[in-house]
Design a protein around this ligand. Structure first.
Ligand code: FE2
Length: 229
């Protein structure tokens, strides 16, 4: 069963609950609707969203970039992971999740979405959600939740904070990634050097970001490889 078919409603169980891996079947169409991303399934709506997005017009005029065959892992697809209990549909479209007064260490996460043949994927959807610096998810509003689309070179960039730890898990960021009209990859990103990486049974080293210290906080990179041609 593919990861998009495994989606179901968020449940009040910890990320580490073994039951997380047991999901009801759901069609792709129903998943898209359930995820609040129905606009992605309608070409006309998607085109309109593109045109409305700031910066899109400028990008369209830029010289076409040659797809870069630089998947660092060859063509290994990014592995899926459990969604966990805290996904919320209908996140706002934004690449900056940092709000005034929000405590925590600033973090940028950027990278490229590739297809399995190492072509960049433009207009791929990335929907991020994470805990705050104290390890709490906002399950009432949309703090530290947001979606964005890759640009014409397949690039994304997220401005956020370093997520805090909560019981049972190592430090992580949740994300759903979807090439236009393709299945959704649900996965998580991890931080190197975290002691709990050794004991978190969900942790996968293939999902480690490259993280360094920048002048304004941490700077992380991660490239996704989707199972699309
Ligand atoms: Fe989580």
């Amino acid at each position: 069963m593919s990861e998009d078919e495994q989606h179901e409603e968020p449940r009040e169980v910890p990320d580490g609950d073994p039951g997380d891996e047991q999901h009801n079947g759901m069609s792709r169409k129903n998943f898209i609707i359930a995820a609040g991303l129905s606009a992605m399934a309608v070409p006309a709506t998607m085109g309109a969203a593109k045109a409305d997005a700031p910066g899109r017009a400028a990008e369209a005029k830029a010289p076409a970039l040659t797809p870069t065959p630089s998947c660092d892992d060859g063509d290994d697809p990014t592995p899926p992971q459990t969604e966990g209990p805290y996904f919320k549909r209908n996140s706002p479209e934004r690449s900056n999740l940092v709000e005034p007064g929000m405590p925590g260490t600033k973090l940028t996460v950027s990278g490229v979405v590739y297809s399995r043949s190492c072509k960049v994927v433009a207009n791929a959807l990335l929907d991020f959600w994470q805990a705050d610096t104290y390890g709490n998810y906002d399950n009432y509003g949309f703090r530290l939740r947001g979606h964005q689309f890759t640009d014409s070179a397949g690039r994304f960039s997220l401005s956020t904070i370093v997520p805090g730890l909560y019981p049972g898990r190592t430090r992580h960021i949740h994300v759903k990634v979807q090439a236009p009209y393709q299945r959704v990859l649900t996965t998580q990103l991890y931080f190197p050097g975290e002691p709990r990486n050794q004991t978190d049974t969900i942790f996968d080293p293939a999902l480690l970001m490259n993280v360094s210290n920048g002048p304004n906080g941490r700077v992380a990179t991660f490239d996704f490889v989707l199972t699309v041609p």
